[in-house]
Design a protein around this ligand. Structure first.
Ligand code: MG
Length: 205
């Protein structure tokens, strides 16, 4: 069985007056996460884990914080690009395991809803999405949210399945245009899909 594993990490500081969005879920809270995009620390970690699993760089490779197009962008855009990258490499997600580290709000009451939301975004079943949460005991990081994510991928053996998975992404016309533009930038031309060994660790902060 051809398997790949990927790990992702991200952190964002809390900031008053902005919406809190974690795992694609809008959460009632006095503060949100500061970021060039919507600051979704969990989606950023999962995006990096997916890209890492197929050695396709990281979130900063495709979405540099210097690019004004990603100001206040929904992080599902980043996630969709990573999904397209793993499908192009010929893999599907087997499971995702994530850990959030933050003092507040409590995640356990909404973890189920967050798993459901992530399952929709990742086009997988909720029973292969795990979200755990810890408080940052002894770390003096009560105003920071951190996320770790691990993904396991399995090679897709059936070409028909691969085509149908690619079609899901390609049916999103607006996203397709954006993704093609980004891929051509990163891969130096739409015809060449060789992954370049670029690991720009800049992140959207
Ligand atoms: Mg980030």
């Amino acid at each position: 069985m051809d398997l790949r594993i990927g790990h992702g990490f991200d952190s964002h500081a809390f900031k008053p007056g902005v919406p809190l969005i974690i795992g694609g879920l809008a959460i009632e809270h006095p503060e949100g996460l500061a970021g060039h995009s919507d600051g979704d620390v969990l989606l950023h970690a999962i995006t990096d884990a997916l890209l890492g699993a197929v050695a396709a760089g990281d979130i900063g490779t495709f979405f540099p914080p210097s690019d004004a197009r990603w100001k206040d962008a929904e992080s599902s855009i980043f996630l969709n690009l990573a999904l397209e990258e793993i499908h192009h490499a010929g893999y599907r997600i087997m499971n995702v395991d994530a850990t959030l580290i933050l003092a507040a709000p409590k995640i356990s009451p909404i973890a189920g809803e967050m798993r459901e939301r992530l399952a929709i975004l990742l086009d997988i079943l909720p029973n292969v999405v795990s979200i755990k949460a810890k408080t940052p005991e002894g770390m003096s990081m009560d105003h920071v949210a951190q996320a770790h994510a691990v993904v396991l991928l399995q090679r897709i053996e059936d070409p028909a399945e691969l085509m149908s998975m690619t079609a899901v992404v390609e049916s999103q016309r607006q996203l397709e245009d954006v993704v093609k533009d980004l891929i051509s930038e990163v891969h130096k031309g739409p015809g060449t899909r060789t992954v370049v060994p670029v690991f720009d660790t800049d992140d959207i902060t």
